[in-house]
Design a protein around this ligand. Structure first.
Ligand code: BTN
Length: 282
C-alpha cells in the first residue's frame, strides 16, 4: 500500500526507506552511507564482509546496513536473533577506531546499550534498564541487543561492526521461538513507531556516545551506566564458561566496563560472562 509517498504494510507499519532516513538525519545525513535490504542473511555478516574486501581509511563515512528481514540474524554467544519481516529494527554500522586497546573496546558494547536507553527515553519509554554487558530491557524483559565484531587493522587501528536489534512489533510466533523473556515497543506503548525516525535518532546518538567514548573513555559513562543496571546490588550467577559459574552480588563495573562481583572470596572482576538472577529477594 502506498500512502503519502511511503510504502506501508497492511498493519500500517512504514517500511524502512532512504528518503525518510535522509530527511530525519538532516543535517547529518552525509556522514552516513545507508543501505536498506528487504531480506539479507545478517546485516553484521554483510558489513563485516564488505569491509574485509575494502581498503578502509580514517576518512571513511559510517556505513549503515538495515534490513526488514534477516534470515540468519546472529546474537551474542552463538545465539540466533529472531525477527520476522518488519517486526523489528535490525541494522549494523561501521566504526573505525584510529587508536584502540582491547580494554577500551570492551566498554564499547556497554555504551552502545546506553545510547539505546537514551533514545528509548526520548520516546517516553519508562522502565528501561540494562543487563550487563549490553542487553536492553523494559520492565525486566529484553527489547534490544547489541553484537559487536572487531577486525584489527594496521598500526593500532581497529574496524568495528556494531549490530543492533530492537523489537518493535513481534508476532506471537516470533515471541514463542525466543527462549528468554522478550517484549516490544508495541506491547509497551500500543503505538507503531516509525522505525526510520528511531533509526536516525539512534545513529546520531551512537555517533555522539562513541565520539565521547574515544575522547574520555568508558569512565565518562560509568555512573550513568550503573544507574540503569537492572542487577546492581542483586545476587547473581555469572556463567563465565560452559562449566564455570560464579555467584556473587553485583557491585558496580570498573573503568573498562568489566562487571564487579562481591563473592565469598572477595571482590572479583569479570570481562566476559552471561548473568542471571540468583535469588530475587536477596
Ligand atoms: C544479542 O542480544 O544477542 C545481540 C543481538 C544483535 C542482533 C543484531 S540484529 C542486526 C545485527 N545483525 C545480526 O546478525 N545481529 C545484529
Amino acid at each position: 500500500m502506498m500512502c503519502c509517498g511511503q510504502l506501508r504494510l497492511q498493519n500500517n507499519i512504514v517500511l524502512l526507506n532512504l528518503e525518510s532516513l535522509v530527511k530525519y538525519l538532516y543535517p547529518d545525513s552525509q556522514q552516513f552511507v545507508l543501505q536498506i535490504f528487504d531480506s539479507i542473511d545478517s546485516t553484521n555478516s554483510f558489513l563485516v564482509n564488505f569491509l574485509k574486501n575494502k581498503q578502509t581509511s580514517d576518512a571513511d563515512p559510517i556505513y549503515v546496513v538495515a534490513a526488514e528481514l534477516q534470515t540468519k540474524g546472529r546474537g551474542r554467544n552463538g545465539h540466533v536473533w529472531c525477527s520476522e519481516f518488519g517486526e523489528g529494527l535490525t541494522f549494523s554500522l561501521s566504526w573505525r577506531f584510529k587508536e584502540y586497546s582491547s580494554s577500551q573496546l570492551s566498554g564499547l558494547s556497554l555504551i552502545v546499550g546506553l545510547a539505546i536507553i537514551r533514545v528509548l527515553r526520548c520516546f517516553s519509554i519508562e522502565g528501561v534498564s540494562l543487563k550487563w554487558p549490553n542487553d536492553v530491557l523494559v520492565n525486566g524483559f529484553k527489547i534490544a541487543g547489541v553484537l559487536i565484531e572487531l577486525q584489527s587493522g594496521i598500526m593500532r587501528s581497529c574496524q568495528t561492526v556494531i549490530g543492533i536489534g530492537i523489537n518493535f512489533n513481534l508476532s506471537k510466533g516470533t515471541k514463542s521461538s525466543i527462549d528468554c523473556g522478550v517484549t516490544d515497543l508495541f506491547e509497551i506503548t500500543g503505538k507503531l513507531f516509525d522505525r526510520n525516525l528511531i533509526l536516525s535518532i539512534l545513529l546520531i546518538e551512537i555517533k555522539k556516545v562513541i565520539s565521547d567514548f574515544e575522547m574520555f573513555g568508558f569512565s565518562h559513562f560509568k555512573k550513568e551506566w550503573i544507574s540503569y543496571h537492572a542487577y546492581e546490588g542483586k545476587r547473581v550467577s555469572l556463567r563465565i564458561s560452559n562449566n564455570q559459574i560464579v555467584s556473587g552480588i553485583v557491585n558496580g563495573i570498573n573503568d573498562n566496563g568489566a562487571i564487579c562481583l562481591s563473592t565469598d572470596l572477595g571482590r572479583k572482576i569479570f570481562n566476559v560472562g552471561e548473568i542471571s538472577l540468583r535469588d530475587i529477594n536477596r
